[in-house]
Ligand binder design. Structure first.
Ligand code: SIN
Length: 362
């Protein structure tokens, strides 16, 4: 039973469109109690002690429209409370979109806790139409832990915590364009990332996310046995990978540009949920320690193919002023570079990224 405004509307939309009938839903919106018996096809609306029963309502689209309209005109509770209470999933496997206005205007502990809970549960969360200033972006990120500096890429002059990801109109490549978990080559890979869209092409430039807890659960048992206690080498690939191939990305002048590597358990445990996570990725993981190169390559190839299975993923179509927050420990992502030559997709794409420091995987 939901009590929220958007949840009610969403419930109706979901049930009506997905034809998911075998249950009863009850919820209260302000003074009105609504009970929907989807199986027996009736809907009760109780208001001030009066019960209005609408029989066989779902067969009549007029009733559905009328109910949605009725729910729409009811007075709305304070927007922040309801916005944070309400989220819905993007796919069964991963992702939730949180609906509401001005969510980041008042970052109380309650609001931040709810955002964080939703993040941990759904692994990546999305917000649309939130024109965050850089200061608000930083303030939000700081609620989740100390901020991280990128080893190779320089932040904005006035806000060094923010890395501006720019794909120029004429560029064919896009930063982050294969499956990866951010900076998995560091001793302490990123905990979470908050990405905000500034300029989005009219077509293309979506980002995909894949659930690595589910990837572990669904992995072939023989592969699981082979890798469960092993570590793998993650390699940073050097500055070229992050800057030189991207005209508008600026190098972090204070930093060492050499390539470096770290070893991490292939199966890490989420520090908060205790769930197992498949922690290798196509971009940075180069070798399973303790196996011959050939066997390591073969197993990694199978794992990478498995991690990219569409049923583990969701895909986010960006709009300007959208925000995505992902748990970088349990999620991989892929910024789709569908700006192919000759397809007329010569658009600019600009994103601001803030990363939150993680801990050592174990
Ligand atoms: C990244 O890989 O961190 C960037 C993702 C994106 O730009 O969509």
């Amino acid at each position: 039973a939901g009590t929220g405004w958007f949840q009610v509307q969403r419930l109706f939309a979901d049930r009506l469109h997905r034809q998911h009938w075998c249950c009863t839903d009850c919820f209260t919106v302000r003074w009105t109690r609504v009970c929907v018996d989807w199986e027996c096809l009736h809907l009760d609306i109780r208001f001030s002690g009066v019960c209005l029963r609408v029989p066989r309502f779902r067969t009549t689209s007029f009733f559905c429209a009328a109910i949605e309209l009725y729910l729409c005109i009811l007075p709305k509770p304070p927007i922040v409370d309801i916005a944070i209470a309400i989220s819905w999933t993007v796919t069964v496997s991963i992702g939730a979109e949180i609906i509401g206005k001005n969510i980041f205007d008042n970052l109380t502990t309650t609001v931040c806790d709810k955002i964080y809970e939703t993040l941990i549960e759904h692994k990546v969360i999305f917000f649309r139409d939130h024109p965050l200033s850089s200061e608000q972006h930083i303030a939000l990120a700081e609620k989740f832990g100390p901020l991280e500096t990128h080893a190779y890429v320089q932040g904005l002059d006035d806000h060094p915590e923010i890395v501006r990801i720019v794909k120029g109109e004429e560029e064919k490549n896009q930063w982050g364009e294969n499956w990866h978990s951010d900076v998995s080559y560091n001793t302490k890979p990123t905990k979470a990332v908050i990405l905000k869209s500034i300029k989005i092409p009219p077509v293309g430039g979506d980002t995909c996310f894949s659930n690595m807890e589910l990837a572990w659960e669904t992995l072939d048992e023989k592969i699981k046995d082979k890798i469960k206690d092993k570590k793998a080498v993650h390699t940073s690939l050097g500055a070229e990978f992050f800057i030189d191939d991207y005209k508008y990305m600026q190098g972090n002048k204070k930093r060492n540009y050499d390539e470096y590597e770290n070893e991490h358990p292939i199966v890490r445990t989420h520090p908060e949920t205790g769930k197992k996570i498949l922690f290798v990725n196509w971009t940075y993981t180069k070798k399973i320690i303790g196996l011959e190169k050939k066997e390591s390559d073969e197993i990694l190839e199978k794992i990478f193919e498995h991690q990219a299975r569409l049923d583990l993923t969701c895909r986010f179509r960006w709009t300007e002023n959208a925000v995505a927050i992902w748990d970088n420990r349990s999620v991989q992502h892929y910024a789709i570079s569908d700006f192919f030559p000759g397809r007329g997709l010569g658009y600019e794409r600009i994103m601001d990224r803030i990363a939150i420091e993680g801990d050592r995987p174990n």
